[in-house]
Design a protein around this ligand. Sequence first.
Ligand code: URA
Length: 267
Amino acid sequence: MGGAEGDPTPAQVARAVRERLEVCRLFGWQVPLDRGRIAPRPPAAPPAGRALSSATTPRVAAPPPAGPASSKDRPAREAALEPIRLEVAACTRCGLCRTRTQTVFGVGDPAARLMFVGEAPGYDEDRQGEPFVGKAGQLLNDIIRAMGLRRDEVYIANVVKCHPPQNRAPDAAEAGACLEYLERQIEVVAPELIVVLGAVAAKALLGTAEGIQRLRGKFHAWRGIPVMPTFHPAYLLRKPEEKRKAWEDVQLVMARLGLQRPERRRA
Ligand code: URA
């Protein structure tokens, strides 16, 4: 039996509670609960716009506006990234080339609607040649999953492509030398939205000296693409009490992309 028209059904309430618990499990118990009316389920019809990936099942509530990139196909973008990747692999623009095991270019869907930009590869990334594969990467995966996405549906890259020794932050000269590679990656992927992770990435991409606490929570822009700065996952591992703010940022991103949290699947 349903309630008055517009009221959530018991199944909708149960699903909303399950979703809240899942978000709290991922982001910590400080996540604010939405005590308002539970939004009705979005229509099940597939979106007309570009999906997050060709492999994506329909999860986008509102069709996104066709961006300039939507006419380019995935293999073309893959092919366009390849010469940049090769250039990066041979790069000697800064001293990090002497200590790296390998360069760490980027990973994910070259036609992704959403791109994450981190700071620089850590120890694990230097060994494996892929961004965000260590502990911070696991939390980033959790964040991506909490958005209802898979890691292979987004594109992930760093400002700096080589691991700075002793896990130090890259300096301004290193970030400056490498930034052009990231800019070219962004131009090829042409995401609808970029999430920059942490102050170093935000500073490099947005050219601002503002701290992440002031930058986060609002959209900025890079060459017309909306950019949401938020905390770096490594920072969230050290300061779990900040996860609530990160979740707020993620929700703004989801709303902008028309993403819905997925239903938790039964085993
Ligand atoms: N931190 C980053 O900023 N990037 C990575 O790839 C891993 C950790």
